[in-house]
Design a protein around this ligand. Structure first.
Ligand SMILES: Nc1ncnc2c1ncn2[C@@H]1O[C@H](COP(=O)(O)OP(=O)(O)OP(=O)(O)O)[C@@H](O)[C@H]1O
Length: 327
């Protein structure tokens, strides 16, 4: 791997026109509506991360963008073209790493990359691409002998060798070790800097935190949350937590204004977890802490490990997925 770049997502050219436009996309399988009115844009040099629960509709959305499925309804345009109806107009401009890698077991790594290169109008040098994904020393190895993570790298190499302007990545780092994942992240940052528009689906929240210029969280076919990481976290509000005092249940806890409360199990203990929302989060969080301390004083108890922190992407994800027992 020979890539170099900083650790921040970077700032895409906000003024650039979107190259991918999705409006009110709906996709059904028989009677089952897997995608229910999804809309988003992606601009050149921007990485848009699609997160979501299992079965949320992420892969289905990518399949429609790739032109593998005709949208049941809604509008999908890539460089102004319908990927299903006008695939020839997009050939060579988009590529994908999908969940089924479609690799041929009997070919070597180098043969596989060269085969993909031959499909491209303006290909990259296969040797350069194998170096980029860290497979140079495996160039003569047969695909069947690669590990799962190495196959994902090879699938990425096959996409990169065609020099796509739009890249769809459906869980590209699944099965990779942490070091390999970091290498791929550096590579994706470099691609963004070169102007590639990237749609990334992932179950690794850290991957989205580190790479995404904007992200969306899907649940049951709908986008429930969308924005920049900072915007999403700011909208979600601060979190106040403390260990639940003995003999106190959730119904006994005070309810300061502009807060909701859940009880979570962590480190084999019960924790009160308040979410503070609305404008002037800091002011509201301070007022809520004062009220909680007053409540503890009145009840002759102390709030162990009392802390206030900003929401994390995991907080937002779990709340969207409905895993928290919120009250
Ligand atoms: N060919 C198909 N026929 C019928 N149902 C399908 C088909 N493909 C997907 N589905 C269903 O559509 C829903 C969305 O699936 P999809 O693969 O898009 O979700 P996903 O968000 O990518 O999930 P995961 O994170 O688990 O990969 C799921 O309920 C799935 O079972």
């Amino acid at each position: 791997m020979t890539t170099t770049s900083t650790e921040s997502p970077g700032t895409p050219p906000a003024a650039a026109e979107p190259v991918v436009t999705v409006r009110d996309l709906r996709q059904s399988y028989g009677d089952f509506e897997a995608v229910r009115g999804v809309s988003f844009d992606i601009r050149p040099g921007e990485l848009f991360a699609l997160l979501g629960t299992n079965g949320a509709g992420k892969t289905t959305t990518v399949d429609v963008l790739e032109g593998l499925r005709r949208a049941t309804s809604g509008t999908v345009r890539v460089f102004g073209h319908d990927p299903y109806g006008q695939p020839a107009a997009l050939r060579g401009r988009t590529n994908a790493v999908l969940q089924g890698d479609g690799l041929l077991d009997d070919l070597t790594v180098a043969e596989t990359v060269v085969l993909s290169r031959d499909l491209a109008a303006d290909p990259r040098d296969p040797a350069e691409v194998m170096e980029l994904v860290g497979l140079t020393d495996k160039r003569s190895v047969a695909v069947r002998q690669l590990s799962g993570g190495q196959k994902r790298r090879l699938a990425l190499a096959c996409a990169l060798v065609t020099r796509p302007e739009v890249l769809y990545l459906d869980e590209p780092t699944t099965g990779m070790d942490p070091e390999g994942r970091h290498e791929i992240w550096r590579l994706l940052r470099d691609l963004k800097e070169q102007g590639t528009a990237i749609l990334l689906t992932t179950h690794y929240l850290e991957e989205a935190e580190r790479l995404a210029d904007r992200l969306a969280i899907m649940h049951r076919g709908e986008i429930r949350v969308e924005g920049t990481l900072q915007g999403v976290l700011a909208d979600w509000g601060d979190r106040i937590g403390f260990r639940m005092p003995e003999d106190v249940g959730i119904a006994d806890l005070p309810r300061p204004a502009d807060t909701s409360v859940a009880v979570e199990t962590r480190d084999q203990a019960l924790w009160a977890a308040y979410t503070v929302s609305g404008p002037d989060i800091a002011g509201r969080a301070s007022a809520a802490v004062a009220e909680l301390l007053a409540w503890a004083g009145e009840h002759g108890t102390s709030l162990q490990h009392l802390h206030v922190r900003g929401a994390s992407l995991e907080d937002v994800f779990l709340r969207v997925a409905g895993d928290l027992n919120q009250n």
